[in-house]
Design a protein around this ligand. Sequence first.
Ligand code: PLP
Length: 431
Amino acid sequence: MSQFSGLKSLSPVWSRVTNIIAKEARGSWITDVNGRRFLDFTTGIAVCNTGHCHPRVVAAAQAQLSKIMHAQMNIVYSQSAIELAEKLPSIMPDPSLNRFFYTNSGAEAIEAAVKLAKQVTRRNNIICFENSFHGRTMGALSMTASKNVYSRGGGQIAGVHFARFPRCSSSCRIPKVDGQCCWDPIESVEEVLKTRSAPGDTAAILVEPIQGEGGYVIPPPGFFKKLREICDREGILLILDEVQSGMGRTGSWFAIEQLDHVRPDIMVVAKGIASGLPLSIVCANGENLMDKWIPGSHGGTYGGNAVSCAAAVETINVLREEKLLQNATARGKQAIQFMKDRKWADRFPVKDIRGLGLMVGVEFDPAFKGFASHVTTTALEKGLMLMTAGSKETIRLMPPLVVSESEMDQAMTIMDSSLNQVLSKTSKMAS
Ligand code: PLP
């Protein structure tokens, strides 16, 4: 490994999912420097939705590279940045989202969205949700509650208040009424407004349509409708964080389209937008919001990079023309059907199986501590890359949207045998 001596010079701050040194990747597969191939069900944390190195996206980025690499947004516009702005309205969940601010990462875009909300409303506070994840930079981590590791030893910004998020799965703490959500989470939002953050001080409610790092948790029908009503009643802005759930991952361009389809005031897009090149976008209405943003008060050196924008334009074309949203729906159903057919809930300590498109979560009984990460390690030995999510025992499946039926079958078969192996070891240890 001497040729990789640089490894020891890398900061240890990145928590490790694998120690693989990747040489190249195509579609659903990553090949390491030793020539070993892995079926990638992590997709760079839900980023390479068009698959690794989709030839059309690569060609678009290469073509742009030889024209202009960096056209700083304050100085000149790149043609690709404008072309992307022309294309984005066609995928927005609501026509009111008609102005776009480009930046680089999810966290940066979340902070920009919150800054916009605060400037326009002239209110300071933000309401977020337990187990949410919005990023690791100082502002974004202050609005994150999926794991305490992100804020350990660091400061947090003030004016952030957390309400409960609906977990209408078996892991909900509150008994269901007639199998329905008890709406305690909405009462919890009202409670925050009554006790900690007066409506007149609250700029925005920031929420993930489906909690990502929190464990792929899908709120019940009606939740976003109720949030929208509260926002309308109190003049609070609704910010949707579609960073992980967006760009076709759930089978629609954005998850909210399948969850009450309410109008967000601001929507944040990142990850899958440029198939792996850094780009994130704050989407909002021009007249009511974005045009009121004080000119010059926000920006950044790299936001709207010309190559990233060219990759994003082609990413949208590929997702649409190759019908990858439809594939996400079909392959997600296939994964859940496999788990049902193989009776995972009876054979393994499975607490909940849930998903929308290719955002599939499997939560295990918390009594089996470390079970989820043992399964991911075992699956990796068998050639399948998986990731856990959040502070609970959850594995999330987030393959690229190009994943084929046979690749899905292969992955699920590996997962099944990994679960068997880990469970038999766990039972031996317990006996
Ligand atoms: N919001 C959500 C829902 C995310 O899943 C993430 C990252 O995983 C972020 C924000 C932060 O994005 P980034 O890591 O690009 O800063």
